[in-house]
Design a protein around this ligand. Structure first.
Ligand SMILES: NC(=O)c1ccc[n+]([C@@H]2O[C@H](COP(=O)([O-])OP(=O)(O)OC[C@H]3O[C@@H](n4cnc5c(N)ncnc54)[C@H](OP(=O)(O)O)[C@@H]3O)[C@@H](O)[C@H]2O)c1
Length: 277
């Protein structure tokens, strides 16, 4: 339901989650403005306004925020691979623009951006997805080429969440009242081990996939090779080595917010099997 016709500014609109938030808002007929640092590299559907700005430089966001009624916010700075340190300045710019709702996607741990937005008295919902199902796409190359999945921590269990569910929840919080001050833990409907995920992928592909255990150092080396910052490597390995309870506990928020069960990993596999062939 559209309850106003204000503009929703979507940070991360060129990325995985923000792109889905943008598409879902458009599908529902909302006015959207995509934020990007690099408009020359971005392509958006017709009807999407584009604004250039950098969350690490909040003053640069003024044109993007002009006339905005809602903002979808990220908390990680891709330039440094670390949490944004500009929370208070971001909050000031967002408040000065008269924004009514903020929906903030956390970076895996409570961070200074969410805290500053809350401290400024803005109506914020914090989205806390535990682990995206789309992280499984990091297995595409080794499955295609060798039928192998390589990971450290073979016992890891995860209540991973489908990225479309994250986006749908974000849209609810951006377009409806009642989410101010709320903190939503976003999980899928089941807890999965690596073995469960490998088995489901193998069944969908009609292949026997092999799991090869990496050492912690090998896993770190691989992330460094993917361009992760030292801080991001430590954060991810820390989560995998000793995940918080919510990382492996099914939480009801997605189902309660969307009024239907959360999407399953089987759903995700059915949609993405082609990428692994
Ligand atoms: N993967 C997980 O399991 C997981 C779990 C919990 C939370 N998260 C968090 O979820 C966030 C979003 O994930 P994703 O997969 O959608 O990321 P993604 O596909 O890598 O996209 C990152 C987006 O962030 C934007 N961005 C980065 N730094 C920016 C800055 N300084 N100013 C403005 N925009 C900036 C980029 O926009 P431009 O390059 O166009 O400017 C890009 O659209 C991540 O930041 C991560 O911290 C991930």
């Amino acid at each position: 339901m559209i309850d106003d016709n204000g503009i929703t500014v979507v940070a991360g609109a060129t990325g995985n989650i923000g792109g889905r938030v943008l598409a879902e808002l458009r599908r529902r007929g909302h006015r959207v403005r995509a934020l990007t640092r690099s408009p020359e590299r971005a392509a958006f559907p017709d009807g999407v306004e584009v604004a250039v700005g950098d969350l690490a430089d909040p003053g640069s966001l003024r044109p993007a925020l002009a006339g905005a009624s809602a903002v979808f916010l990220l908390t990680y700075d891709a330039a440094t691979g670390a949490p944004l340190r500009t929370g208070p300045e971001l909050a000031k710019e967002i408040a000065a623009a008269g924004v009514r709702r903020v929906s903030t996607l956390w970076g895996g741990e409570p961070g200074p951006v969410e805290q500053a937005i809350a401290a400024a008295g803005l109506a914020q919902a914090v989205l806390r997805p535990v682990e995206f199902m789309s992280n499984t796409l990091s297995w595409v190359g080794s499955i295609r080429d060798e039928g192998v999945v390589r990971e450290a921590f073979p016992e890891l269990r995860s209540a991973m969440v489908h990225e479309d569910d994250i986006a749908e929840v974000a849209v609810r919080t951006l377009t409806e009242d009642g989410h101010a001050g709320r903190d939503y833990v976003l999980t899928g409907p089941e807890v999965l081990t690596f073995a469960d995920r490998v088995r489901q992928l193998g069944a969908a592909l009609g292949r026997d996939l092999r799991f090869v255990e990496l050492t912690e150092e090998q896993a770190k080396e691989r992330m460094r090779g993917w361009g992760y910052s030292a801080e991001a490597v430590e954060h991810v390995i820390g989560w995998y080595a000793d995940p918080p309870r919510e990382g492996y506990t099914v939480h009801p928020d997605v189902e309660q917010l969307l009024g239907r069960p959360a999407r399953t990993f089987a759903d995700w596999v059915a949609e993405h099997a082609g990428a692994f062939r």
